[in-house]
Design a protein around this ligand. Structure first.
Ligand SMILES: C[S@@+](CC[C@H](N)C(=O)[O-])C[C@H]1O[C@@H](n2cnc3c(N)ncnc32)[C@H](O)[C@@H]1O
Length: 299
């Protein structure tokens, strides 16, 4: 059973924070009572997918985008949501039975999209899943049902990757004698360049041979331009959101060999989306497999 922690004692502005009934795995910002008054990347992503804002703070950001941009970003969010499930099933069918979903977001977004755990469990019912997010509201919506030997939800900051990966919450569920599927879906734009490079370098060293690294990453594929969100999120909530070009995303795989079809606009991973133009994805997706040590040294 987890202990609760009273984070309100940590600072001078006592009273504007609330207590969470879990122990974060890394240092994280304290949860604010007025959380609904500032937009978050998790909520904005869900609002874009649903096509309507959940709170006035999200509406304020969305109102600064044209109808054209909003509809294009909604399309990209839909492609992304379908890809998440598809790639999870794909990795489970390859026999990987442990998943580390980093920057997991809400587990329920729109009615047609299931949780990643359910995609994985349909293929491998006994698989292990650790879901991590920095946002206490995201953790709160998942908290309770998902603590067992096979599944846990962890509040943690990917900017403290080493602390996160060695925490009890992560290490008690994932068995490092077997491959792990690491999912970094639409979260790396929330880190600056140095933070993203550091996080990936720690992750790649930590992962057992045979592990999979699945990345989706926003990019501008005109007329879909996620970078229009960059200044809006900075102004509204001091959030980082950096879409990156193909070469910068490719570098994050650190030379691990990519599975077919490579690092491509996300929709190209799904045959049923075959008719969608590349720009509709507004993101690249790729999956790479960590080679055995001797192969990695040889390359
Ligand atoms: C755009 S959402 C993507 C959610 C989900 N992976 C998906 O593909 O639908 C980005 C998520 O990353 C989380 N996030 C952002 N920065 C983070 C950080 N430094 N550490 C952990 N999670 C972070 C946000 O709270 C949010 O839930």
């Amino acid at each position: 059973m987890r202990e609760s922690t009273d984070l309100r004692t940590a600072g001078p502005d006592e009273g504007t924070f609330y207590t969470v009934p879990w122990v974060p795995a890394t240092p994280v910002p304290r949860p604010r009572l007025d959380w609904h008054e500032t937009t978050t990347s998790a909520r904005l992503g869900r609002s874009l997918l649903r096509g309507r804002p959940e709170f006035p703070s999200d509406a304020k950001v969305m109102s600064r985008l044209s109808e054209f941009d909003l509809s294009r970003l909604r399309m990209a969010a839909t492609v992304q949501a379908h890809h998440n499930g598809r790639v999870t099933s794909h990795l489970a069918r390859r026999g990987i039975d442990q998943f580390l979903d980093l920057g997991c977001g809400y587990d329920w977004t729109v009615p047609c999209v299931e949780t990643l755990q359910s995609y994985a469990r349909r293929v491998l019912p006994a698989c292990r899943v650790v879901s991590v997010d920095i946002d206490p509201v995201v953790i709160g919506t998942r908290y309770g049902a998902e603590f067992s030997d096979e599944e846990t939800t962890v509040q943690g900051d990917l900017r403290h990757m080493e602390v996160l990966l060695t925490s009890d919450q992560v290490s008690s569920v994932l068995d490092l004698s077997r491959p792990v599927a690491i999912l970094l879906h639409d979260v790396l734009p929330c880190l600056n360049d140095a933070e993203a490079v550091d996080a990936l370098s720690v992750l790649r060293d930590w992962a057992p041979a045979g592990s999979a690294l699945s990345i989706t990453h926003a990019t501008d594929l005109a007329p879909v331009t996620p970078s229009k969100l960059t200044p809006l999120l900075r102004q509204a909530a001091d959030l980082t959101y950096i879409p990156r070009p193909w070469a910068a995303v490719k570098d994050l795989f650190g030379g691990w060999p990519l599975l077919e079809p490579g690092l491509v606009p996300t929709a190209r991973w799904s045959p049923q989306m075959g008719d969608l133009r590349d720009w509709a994805s507004g993101a690249y997706a790729g999956v790479a497999i960590k080679p055995a040590a001797s192969t990695a040294e040889a390359t």
